[in-house]
Design a protein around this ligand. Sequence first.
Ligand code: OXT
Ligand code: ADP
Ligand code: MG
Length: 570
Amino acid sequence: MANETNVPSITNGFHLMVDALKLNDLETIYGVAGIPVTDLARLAQANGIRYIGFRHEQSAGNAAAIAGYLTRKPGICLTVSAPGFLNGMVALANATTNGFPMIQISGSSDRATVDLQQGDYEELDQMNAAKPFTKASYRVERPEDIGIGLARAIRAALSGRPGGVYLDVPASVLGATLDAETATRSLVRVVDAAPRQLPAQESVHRALEVLAKAERPLIILGKGAAYAQADADIRAFIEETGIPFLPMSMAKGLLPDDHPQSAAAARSYALAQADVVMLIGARLNWLLGHGKSPQWSATTQFVQLDIAATEIDSNRAIAAPVVGDIASSVSALLATLEPGQIRPQAAWLKELVQRKQHNIDRMASHLAANPDPMDFYSALGAIKGVLADKPEIYVVNEGANALDITRNVIDMRLPRKRLDSGTWGVMGIGMGYAIGAAVVSGKPVVAIEGDSAFGFSGMEIETICRYHLPIVTVIFNNGGIYRGDDVNRNGGADPAPTVLMKDARYEMLSEAFGGVGYHAVSPQELAKALDDALASGKPALINCAIDPTAGTESGHIGNLNPQSSIAQQK
Ligand code: OXT
Ligand code: ADP
Ligand code: MG
């Protein structure tokens, strides 16, 4: 547009990027400022985008990723070049692995110098470095391509199976000027970034026919089902068919954990004995033993609902694939289902109830024991009591024992409230996920962290305090990775590889930044601290002293941990 003196008004890449983000309703950036994106962060903030500044790009990326999962809009992470880019990459790769929509935008150094490897400041061919870890990796080389570049990134992140996308923006492009009219015309508002994908009707009939023949059917709900936000239809299908369901960890709460059809407390029995299993947004990966022996029967038949056609037959033959988006697929199944068409055998339901009761009794006795020092169960019993009437609270969770035992003890009653280590079993998501969840929802978050797990993102306590976020971090301090009692096998003074500082006063970290710190050595102290912290709505950290001998090596996945004969002899 021409101004009054008829000189075209000028804009630049910084402004265009901000305009492009706003045009697509991307209202929050999670990042770390520095050359060449400092002014981008400033300008975004000045123009009404919320900018959350982190201490490390990995946490910024994790916050963006979980924001993407919760909102179904790509979370935006902003980083500087080479090392900042790489720090964010772990989160971007993790987002891709988990199917969370996220876009990492990184500034980059001078193209000509980088490509001739002439040693630029923070030199790296970032676009190509990102390719193996992302759904898509693009570079914008001209300011007038910022709009289309962001549009491509949004569509790639959201359509089909969601994932992480990298968008490279060289410093020269950010600073480059162009006339405002060309700039405005270059912007793209993405229409229907994740179009519905209707399943073929014959696939719906086939799935129902396979389920109708089942005597011992089981539905497994994964985080794809949670992401789909088709909560009411999924529940209706499960309740109308009467099929027992097993939630994967981030699908807990899609139906409440205390729902009578939940088979969570009879997990291995349900997997081994089911004759037809319907996977809804869950991959047959390591978390499900690849669908193979010894966890599974060789004769089990599968129905699988997934948006990614290539997921079908990934590990086992799938008798009835339903390829489509879960909301459309479940709605088609419900519309096609005839009354009484699917009926699990009464004996199957009875067996599951008995199995569940056995494990529930075992859990109850763990929870009733009140050892001194606290073990994971007694600490979690206290937390369970406090959270019982607060289903809206997000639970972020990582660690080994701290992860596995929390998953089983803390019931979830609302969808998408449990956020955890996910498909990679990764440590380091804790504070980033907690911040992302608090920022997008404004709701309180309780992050239940192993002491090792916490260390990967612990400095973000400062970020939590700086933004006054309602996050209570609970550290299960057993003085180590898995346990705190291992010994140096050469008898020297150095601690063993898995040992951390036993009496670390993590609560002082919170106090250092103006948050509240608590040190809890009994379930009563823990419950009171958590109650008080949640009531205050302020950032807090509760350091829980856990018996260093309470955990097991690798938590519930010790079977995946190769052990050397040398270690066993000692
Ligand atoms: O089937 P059965 O009959 O056995 O019954 C099951 C359920 O039905 C039953 N159950 C219940 N009973 C009663 N009531 C209720 N409500 C109930 N609910 C369930 O309980 C049993 C067991 O249930 P579960 O656990 O679901 O069943 P199972 O068969 O074990 O499930 C298999 C899995 C695989 C699905 C499940 O175990 C699972 O989801 N596991 C996830 C495991 C995982 O991801 N672990 C994290 C990685 S471990 C390791 O890699 C770590 N590292 C290395 C590292 C990583 N990861 N990342 C990076 C970047 N660097 C390094 C590190 C450093 S962990 C770690 C730190 C550890 O130290 P911390 O200090 O942080 O933590 P602590 O261990 O606390 O010290
Ligand atoms: P979990 O770890 O909970 O078992 P996974 O991450 O392994 O879950 O699997 C999630 C699956 O859900 C992926 O295969 C992904 O393609 C699929 N998915 C994600 N979103 C949708 C959707 N909206 N519709 C259909 N499938 C989806
Ligand atoms: Mg520990």
